[in-house]
Write a protein that binds this ligand. Structure first.
Ligand SMILES: [Ca+2]
Ligand SMILES: [Ca+2]
Ligand SMILES: [Ca+2]
Ligand SMILES: [Ca+2]
Length: 466
């Protein structure tokens, strides 16, 4: 009898469990990842590189070098993985028959501090900054007690800039391999990629800023591609964070440092609420370990508790309006700091009111040219650019009024051309004589802008300094 009752209990439990239709995503998953991209067929779309500065001498004094033919070999010190010795020495050399160009690169690819003249020697072609054919080199990178293959694309080219005034041969290494696996996020198997986007040989760096950490790509729509799209519902590219929202729920996705394994578990992180003004549609918050892409509905969004900085703000016209517009601010300096507390509501004070600022300055040695810069600035900072690609928006512009307040010139303004942080120069007609007013015009339905005009005096098209 006892055993029958036990069987009944088991049946009841099984029935209950089936009723809730649990998927694999409900239980922690440990995924064995496969190295991919070593054949040069990269699927992830974008990568980062390590810039290698030239040295006259080897930066690793203990390294055993092969005999070099050039009088001026160039040494580079790349860094990959996390081990006591994370420096990989590269040297470019030229064979005796090569009169001008470097044509051989030696690499301590297995980082045993000895360059094998046979197996660690690769012919290559010196490139230019505009055009360099990269050479694919397999390294053995160590993280903890795991040593694994890691492929880099090596390019070298003569280079100079204002910080490197003497032209020398610089080089860079673009990471060209990544790890791919398959996991259950929503009851279906999805291919996913862990990408060493900050190019340091480790796959588990949280991304506090683009290219400063690593990425996670999930093929949510099973089309074989891993795209980052503006539509948050179609986004397949995620900054590596403590918690990641995939297919509508929160997961902890932790790659091992060497990338060969990923631990995935559905989680319920502590949440608070963020409220913003009605036109705020999306906001990106970032901390050292967590990126949140908040999508606002009726002015509200849920957010994981934590202390963040505001990185990106998006304002959009209300859904259903015939004229659609979108303004996006990417904050680079003085980012507002916010704290999301558990169960509490944070009022995010960004966006409106917006004001339009206009700067005008004469261009040195360029007659009848003035530099104009127009910026849309929101509350608590941020320079907003509008969606250039939608024809429905009346583009922002500049209107010039003469002393009788008659418009004498109008000028459409595009992102990066006058509108934005850089500004651009404007040719003033020679007929401009006397005092003029320049007014920025931004007309986006439903948005109020505070605009301030500027009075300028011209003589034969030249700006008259006050
Ligand atoms: Ca070394
Ligand atoms: Ca070696
Ligand atoms: Ca990394
Ligand atoms: Ca896809």
């Amino acid at each position: 009898m006892t055993s029958l009752r036990n069987i009944r209990q088991v049946l009841v439990i099984v029935a209950l469990a089936c009723g809730a239709s649990p998927t694999l995503a409900d239980s922690p998953q440990t995924i064995e990842m496969q190295l991919a991209g070593q054949d040069g067929k990269e699927q992830h779309g974008y990568g980062n590189n390590q810039w290698l500065f030239p040295h006259d001498t080897c930066q690793e004094p203990e390294l055993k070098l092969p005999e070099l033919a050039s009088e001026n070999p160039v040494f580079y010190a790349a860094k990959y993985g996390s081990a006591d010795d994370e420096v990989f020495t590269f040297v470019i050399d030229k064979t005796p028959d090569s009169k001008h160009s470097y044509n051989v690169v030696y690499v301590d690819a297995n980082n045993d501090n000895r360059i094998d003249p046979e197996t660690e020697r690769f012919p290559f072609k010196l490139g230019s900054t505009a055009n360099a054919t990269p050479l694919r080199i397999p390294l053995s990178v160590t993280n903890g007690d795991v040593t694994a293959s890691y492929f880099v694309n090596f390019s070298a080219f003569p280079y100079q800039d204002k910080n490197n005034r003497k032209q020398r041969v610089h080089a860079n290494l673009r990471n060209s391999s990544y790890y791919m696996g398959e996991a259950d996020f929503d009851g279906q198997r999805h291919k996913f990629i862990v990408l060493d986007l900050n190019s340091n040989g480790r796959y588990n760096d949280y991304e506090p800023k683009l290219f400063k950490g690593d990425r996670l790509l999930v093929d949510l729509d099973h089309d074989g591609h891993f795209r980052s799209v503006d539509d948050p519902n179609k986004n397949e590219s995620f900054p590596l964070s403590r918690f990641t929202s995939v297919a509508g729920r929160w997961f902890s996705i932790l790659p091992s440092p060497d990338g060969s394994q990923a631990k995935i578990a559905a989680v319920d992180p502590p949440l608070g609420v963020v409220e913003a003004s009605p036109h705020v549609s999306r906001v990106t918050l970032r901390s050292a370990s967590q990126t949140l892409d908040l999508v606002f509905h009726d002015g509200r969004a849920e957010a994981i508790v934590g202390a963040y900085e505001v990185h990106k703000i998006e304002l959009t016209s209300p859904q259903g309006k015939a004229l659609e517009w979108r303004l996006i601010a990417r904050l680079k300096n003085d980012r507002p700091k916010v704290v999301v507390a558990k169960g509490e509501t944070l009022k995010l004070d960004v966006g409106e009111p917006l004001r339009v600022e206009l700067d005008i300055e004469p261009q040195e040695n360029r007659a009848r040219k003035v530099k104009l810069r127009m910026q849309i600035i929101g509350k608590r900072g941020g320079t907003y650019l509008y969606n250039d690609n939608r024809e429905t928006v009346a583009p922002p512009g500049l209107i010039v009024l003469d002393s009788n307040e008659r418009p004498v010139a109008t000028w459409p303004v595009h992102n990066g051309i006058v509108l934005g942080e850089n500004g651009n120069s404007w040719s003033v007609p020679r007929s401009f004589n006397g005092k003029y007013e320049l007014w920025p015009v931004v007309d986006l339905p439903g948005l109020d802008f505070e605009t301030v005009g500027r009075e300028i005096e011209f003589r034969d098209g030249k700006i008259v300094m006050p």
